[in-house]
Design a protein around this ligand. Structure first.
Ligand SMILES: [Zn+2]
Length: 206
């Protein structure tokens, strides 16, 4: 698989070999998905039985609840491969963070991939403004800083806010105390941001 220069740069900057390997597996799976060459790995009865002994996922994916972005499908993975946390707008709250901490601390997963996506409804709704009813207000509140920052940038507000939201969440995870920061500091954990394009099916690291 041909990797872009940007991807090579990101991989080179990663200090954990296992995280690098994990990102490589995800990107290869995404290439298969993009080109319609899915391998559908680890979905057999044997795999299901093996996993009764426990799970050893190689990556954590934090992504949006949007029905168009299922990470197992997008990365062509199977049972026991990726530890997934999904919320509208891929925002973090205490429960999402606790779930990620569990996977890092207990399951020793070396990579967190934050994956936002093109045309994210949660980001669009936040950018549009207006009253958010019920608990939707909590989601809007979490996305608001990205939208506010995006207002000063040239170009499309929603597109810029989607990328900024991914970047803010990525740095929030990297510096999250007490667990994630420690794992990052000791080179046992990498946190990478990415965006999924609905048109092409491609995941781009950002
Ligand atoms: Zn979304």
């Amino acid at each position: 698989m041909e990797r872009s220069k940007a991807v090579e740069e990101i991989l080179k900057s990663m200090r954990s070999a296992t995280a690098k390997e994990a990102l490589g597996i995800l990107l290869q799976g995404n290439q298969r998905f993009v080109s319609g060459q899915n391998a559908y790995p680890n979905q057999s009865l044997e795999r299901r039985t093996q996993l009764l002994e426990g799970q050893h996922p190689f990556a954590i994916v934090l992504t949006c609840s949007d029905s168009r972005v299922p990470p197992e499908v997008i990365f062509d993975q199977g049972l026991g491969d990726i530890f997934v946390v999904r919320t509208a707008g891929n925002v973090l709250d205490e429960i999402a963070l606790g779930s990620i901490e569990y996977a890092v601390e207990h399951l020793k997963v070396p990579l967190i991939l934050v994956m936002g996506h093109q045309k994210c409804g949660a980001v669009s709704a936040t950018a549009a403004g207006g009253e958010a009813p019920g608990h939707i207000a909590s989601v809007v509140e979490k996305i608001m800083p990205a939208v506010e920052q995006a207002r000063s940038l040239p170009g499309d507000l929603v597109t810029n806010a989607i990328d900024l939201n991914i970047k803010l969440i990525t740095s929030e995870l990297r510096s999250s105390e007490p667990i994630l920061l420690e794992f990052v500091k000791s080179s046992q954990l990498e946190v990478v941001g990415s965006r999924y394009d609905l048109d092409s099916g491609l995941v781009t690291l950002i």
